[in-house]
Design a protein around this ligand. Structure first.
Ligand code: C2E
Ligand code: CA
Ligand code: CA
Length: 327
């Protein structure tokens, strides 16, 4: 079937190329009813599409388990906000020159009553697919702002908090709602850094543009997360007044062993500084990595070497003790 589909079709003087994705399920070993067989074949077809299309895939019981897991995850996630199962963790970001904790990144955690702690890498993509990311994102923003307000009033060393934002959260009204909220709680917008990915700058939806410019005008700062892994649009870094680049963990990980990663990190830092941006390195785990990044002129460091993400109360205590982190 795939070979036949792969041949060019002549349609109204035009040559058209198509490909197929085939899902296969077996009777009677996989299922005995027509409906279930079709459902299996459908799941297997999606697996074939995921593998890059133009191929076939057999149904497996693992696919069924994955689909069921997903369904349960979706069902439980809908109640998680109402049942206060989300928690906001904070990970310190250290200023290289002084060694002080001057910022923190907020990272969501889901404390599931039966499954325990679920990682955002698992549930955020699903929340994006089912449209729940906006409610979750609003909760994250308010919670991060609430803690930041506390630290701002006490004038502790941490002067900024980072909030991760999915592209799907850029919808009409979100910018205004967030800025209104900051005004209500009397928190200067400069204390918030929105973390977005490179691709968003190329997104042509007017809402994205408007919201980014709204943040810029209000003084909310913007960081490009995972910098270097996507399509970089250098011209847009200035246009949207981006404040920080976060060097992706994958470059930091092999800094000591892969000369390419060192060259890339150095190039990112030089370019950022020429454009007037500051650089944060993520995933710093060893003293060696820290030294190489310091040597390259990196402004801020974040990673397990300093501290893992921790519950807000714990981070609050760390700030109270004003202790310098090792490293
Ligand atoms: P990210 O924004 O790139 O966050 C950094 C991730 O690296 C975090 O994983 C953090 O725990 C981890 N990390 C920090 N230091 C180190 C280190 O030294 N070594 C290693 N190996 N890892 C380190 P986490 O918390 O599991 O979050 C995963 C991703 O989930 C985040 O990646 C972000 O894309 C997303 N995410 C987390 N919280 C939120 C949120 O509130 N909203 C949205 N939209 N996405 C979120
Ligand atoms: Ca981030
Ligand atoms: Ca990142």
């Amino acid at each position: 079937i795939l070979a036949v589909l792969a041949q060019p079709f002549l349609v109204a003087d035009e040559i058209i190329y198509i490909s197929g994705s085939v899902g296969i399920t077996l009777y009677p070993s996989d299922a005995s009813g027509i409906e279930e067989l079709l459902k299996n074949a459908d799941q297997a077809m999606y697996a074939a599409k995921k593998r890059g299309r133009n191929c076939f895939s057999y149904f497996t019981s693992q696919m069924q388990e994955d689909a069921q897991q997903r369904m349960h995850l979706i069902r439980d996630m809908r109640d998680a906000l109402a049942n206060s199962q989300f928690q906001l963790y904070f990970q310190p970001i250290v200023e290289r020159a002084s060694g002080r904790i001057v910022k923190a990144e907020s990272l969501i955690r889901w404390q599931h009553p039966e499954r325990g702690l679920i990682s955002p890498a698992q549930f955020i993509p699903v929340a994006e697919e089912i449209g729940l990311i906006r409610d979750i994102g609003d909760w994250v923003f308010r919670e991060a702002a609430r803690w930041m307000c506390n630290w701002h009033q006490r004038q502790v060393s941490c002067v900024q908090v980072g909030v991760n934002q999915s592209p799907l959260q850029f919808v009409p009204g979100v910018g205004k709602a967030w800025l209104d909220h900051l005004r209500d709680i009397d928190l200067p917008p400069e204390t918030i850094v929105i973390e977005i990915t490179e691709g968003l700058l190329l997104d042509e939806r007017p809402d994205v543009r408007e919201t980014l410019l709204q943040f810029r005008d209000a003084g909310i700062q913007v960081a490009i997360d995972d910098f270097g892994t996507g399509y970089s649009a250098m011209a847009y870094l200035k246009k949207f007044h981006i404040d920080y680049l976060k060097i992706d963990q994958s470059f930091v990980r092999d800094l000591a062993t892969d000369p390419n990663d060192l060259a890339l990190s150095e190039a990112i830092i030089v370019m950022a500084h020429k454009l007037g941006l500051k650089v944060i390195a993520e995933g710093v785990e060893t003293l060696e990595q820290r030294d190489m990044l310091a040597e390259a002129g990196c402004d801020y460091l974040q990673g397990y070497l300093y501290a893992r993400p921790m519950p807000a109360e714990e981070f609050d205590e760390l700030l109270n003790s004003e202790q310098l982190l090792k490293g």
